[in-house]
Design a protein around this ligand. Structure first.
Ligand code: SAM
Length: 283
């Protein structure tokens, strides 16, 4: 490659091939090699665009010697374009080790941006996008998944998950349990493809829609969950001693009684204490 020698991180389409960028095509064509997650899969893409650059396999589990060979080629002045099966490499896809080591060796690493399911999904979901947390894939096992979800239960940012069709039903069930059936969720499916669908509903409504139409369980999907919204923000926070009194009482009594008793003890309005207690319980 005549211009700058570098490791190029090239985004490829997530469905619609027209989403490839001019710069991606030029980079793939000019690179000395294309390192791909699955060479057979990526050969279809390169053939489609008439790109003749040789493909070699690379994934994060690749043995050390393969990573070192790529770094060696880069050090000798070759350029490598890293791609994944779809979308942006390193976003729930291989490449982290290679990028980290290349940077450590002072090799230029250049992003060639393009399609990414997370960004495409969030941009069209209609959920707050000023602050969000990308959570990638949830752990496959129940315990791990629930631990992760519980840690996110009161996160106020929009939560974005990747999910596979064979786990979507149990994942939505677990989310509904931890986040509450009334939390707003958007399921973005088959983005940029023929059956692109965005379903926006509460968890209980979404589960109903999916049970009624098996097609909604097919294809690639991104799940986006509205962040936690406190039931009703207290106008002013309670004094720490009052909070402590409430916590002690709430450990022994139902919320209503705890609020009534604390009101007698502190002189603070029962209603204010009750609202505070509900907020606490929802945390
Ligand atoms: N690196 C990719 C990117 O930039 O989005 C993501 C790779 S990850 C292994 C694959 C997951 O991305 C799928 O299981 C799905 O959750 C999501 N995904 C990829 N393409 C999608 C599409 N067209 N529509 C919806 N979700 C998609």
């Amino acid at each position: 490659m005549s211009s700058m020698n570098a490791l190029y991180i090239v985004a490829t389409p997530i469905g619609n091939l027209d989403d490839i960028t001019q710069r991606a095509l030029a980079t793939l064509q000019k690179a000395d090699i294309i390192a791909a997650e699955d060479t057979r899969h990526s050969a279809k893409l390169t053939q489609h665009f008439g790109i003749t650059t040789p493909l070699i396999a690379y994934h994060d589990h690749s043995n050390e010697s393969q990573t070192l060979r790529l770094l060696d080629r880069l050090s000798k002045g070759e350029s490598i374009a890293l791609i994944s099966d779809a979308g942006t490499p390193l976003i729930s896809d291989p490449g982290y080790r290679l990028v980290k080591l290349a940077r450590e060796k002072g090799i230029a690493v250049v992003p060639i941006p393009g399609a990414c399911a997370l960004v495409a999904a969030l941009s069209a979901a209609g959920l707050p996008s000023d602050r969000f947390s990308f959570e990638g894939f949830l752990p496959a096992k129940n315990v791990g998944r629930n631990t992760r979800l519980e840690a996110l239960a009161t996160d106020t940012r929009t939560l974005v998950f990747y999910e596979s069709p064979h786990r979507i039903v149990e994942s939505l069930q677990a989310m509904a349990q931890v986040f509450g059936c009334d939390r707003q969720v958007v399921l973005a499916r088959e983005i940029t493809k023929a059956y692109e669908t965005f379903l926006s509903a509460t968890f209980s409504e979404l589960q109903g829609m999916m049970a009624a139409d098996a097609n909604q369980l097919r294809g690639e999907m991104v799940v986006m969950v509205q962040g936690y919204v406190a039931p009703e923000q207290n106008d002013e926070a309670l004094e720490p001693e009052v909070q402590h009194t409430m916590q002690v009482l709430m450990a022994e009594l139902p919320v209503k009684q705890a609020a009534a008793l604390a009101s007698k003890l502190t002189g603070i309005k029962k209603n204010k204490l009750y609202k505070w207690a509900l907020g606490k319980k929802a945390e």
